[in-house]
Design a protein around this ligand. Structure first.
Ligand SMILES: Cc1cc2nc3c(=O)[nH]c(=O)nc-3n(C[C@H](O)[C@H](O)[C@H](O)COP(=O)(O)OP(=O)(O)OC[C@H]3O[C@@H](n4cnc5c(N)ncnc54)[C@H](O)[C@@H]3O)c2cc1C
Length: 427
């Protein structure tokens, strides 16, 4: 048999190895399977227990505003002195963060912000449509709802302060409705006087249970014949041009191609594949209040506090804020409690009597590049190694199109959108 036919044959019987069973890896594996590929999904933990576990669940096609905007850096000192503010820094981590912060500052230049917002909009716009076939296959349609989303503000100044971001959204095709305070009260009777202004985005959706969404997709991948294996990936076996196998703590898995979708933990593996990307983490917290006395009917982002409020299957989830401190430092649960305190001011009567048995707290690791864009593309060194990580604040929403793009890229098809802005070589 000539070498080329031999390669083609082994590609048919050797699986594509997807590293990371979060929402991105799950959507990637699911789209690859729909394309007739054999997949092996590897995660050292239970599927869905990374960032995809505890997020706000918003499928927010309007979340196209990069974290680094003109003027963001000027607000940092004020944020840092506010114990309940949207940003905290672990000072011991600062020296390691400086190069990331320098790139973050550069990414806030107006022309770059415009380009980043355009790229994000293309990735997020049709999220619900790209989820639809995967949900149908898995019988999981009920886990995703198209119900719109509110932006809430605690003052006219905060509402005005968001005009620039809203203008960026509008110019990229996001439909935004201004809501009068009285009309807001009719829609959301539990909101207190601490909320003074609101906007509504009719086209956004959300999932009522991000973990169950990932688990359901992964179960469907297994039901279709994909292998799901709990092992930690350590590295790769390669020849000059290709990855031939994935090495784990338990052994090795021959691979016809690899997809790196290990979220915030992708940096070292990407470097092994030839791409030293400046991936770090924006840590975030959540609090879930079980059997909440007060709630929102529509998922909402409280802009002043940089957290979302989502009515979920297991309770009311308040999730968000940013803590820069790397992957190793332990949790600072005061950050989670700060979200809860602010949430209780927005929804007076929520957890009126403090009851620890109705509360759960979580720390999660957003995989974040300084320009708020993920890395989607092909390795610089190995033609059969692909990247799908770094989705920052929008991974739940961006995952299905990312998965579809992977299947198009690997199948040599034309791509649904331009992935140039997500190149691993842009840094
Ligand atoms: C507080 C908070 C709120 C958020 N709210 C939203 C929201 O409302 N909407 C939204 O769209 N996004 C939101 N996000 C962001 C979203 O959660 C992430 O972008 C998304 O979950 C990233 O998915 P992922 O699959 O890339 O990573 P993960 O879910 O972290 O999955 C990566 C997986 O890789 C595995 N892994 C890592 N290293 C290895 C290895 N060496 N070997 C094997 N396996 C490995 C991990 O165990 C993990 O399961 C939020 C994030 C936070 C923290």
């Amino acid at each position: 048999m000539d070498g080329r036919r031999g390669d083609a044959l082994s590609a048919l019987v050797t699986p594509i190895v997807v590293i990371g069973a979060g929402i991105v890896g799950a959507c990637g594996a699911a789209y690859l399977q729909r394309d007739g590929r054999d997949v092996l999904l590897l995660d050292h933990g239970e599927p869905g227990m990374g960032a995809s576990f505890g997020n706000g669940g918003m499928l927010s096609a309007s979340s196209i505003v990069p974290v680094a905007m003109p003027g963001t850096l000027g607000k940092v000192p004020r944020w840092l002195i506010d114990a309940e503010g949207p940003l905290a820094i672990r000072w011991s981590y600062l020296p390691r963060l400086v190069p990331w912060l320098a790139r973050f500052a550069a990414a806030s230049a107006p022309a770059r912000v415009e380009a980043q917002a355009r790229a994000l909009r293309a990735l997020l716009k049709d999220s619900l449509e790209h989820f639809a076939p995967l949900l149908r296959d898995a019988g999981a349609e009920a886990l995703v709802r198209r119900q719109g989303m509110l932006y809430l503000y605690g003052s006219e100044a905060a509402w005005r302060g968001d005009l620039r971001a809203m203008d960026l959204r509008r110019r990229n095709g996001v439909v935004i409705e201004e809501i009068e305070r009285r009309a807001l009260g009719e829609r959301e009777p539990d909101l207190g006087a601490a909320v003074t202004h609101a906007r509504f985005i009719p086209d956004n959706g959300f999932t009522t249970n991000p973990l169950r969404l990932v688990q359901t997709l992964v179960r469907q991948i297994a039901a279709r014949g994909g292998r799901v294996v709990q092992e930690r990936v350590l590295g790769f076996e390669t020849n000059d041009a290709q990855v031939t196998a994935v090495r784990t703590d338990r052994g090795r898995h021959p691979a016809s191609a690899v997809v790196l979708a290990a979220g915030a933990w992708s940096r070292a593996l990407a470097a092994q594949l030839g791409d030293p990307v400046p991936l770090d983490t924006e840590r975030g917290y959540h609090v879930v209040v079980k059997d909440p006395e007060k709630t929102v009917r529509t998922p909402a982002i409280f802009v002043d506090g940089a957290f979302g409020i989502t009515p979920m299957e297991d309770g009311l989830r308040l999730a968000g804020t940013v803590e820069l401190g790397g992957l190793e430092a332990g949790a600072n649960w005061a950050r989670a409690d700060a979200i809860l305190n602010r949430g209780r001011r927005i929804l007076p009567g929520l957890l009126e009597r403090h009851d620890e048995s109705r509360l759960s707290r979580w720390l999660g690791f957003r995989p974040s590049l300084p320009d708020s864009l993920p890395v989607i593309g092909t390795s610089s060194r190995y033609a059969n190694a692909y990247y799908a990580f770094g989705h920052g604040h929008v991974g739940m929403c961006a995952a299905p199109l990312t998965g579809k793009l992977l299947s198009e890229l690997i199948g040599g098809k034309s791509l649904s959108i331009d992935i140039g802005p997500f190149s691993p070589r842009r840094f």
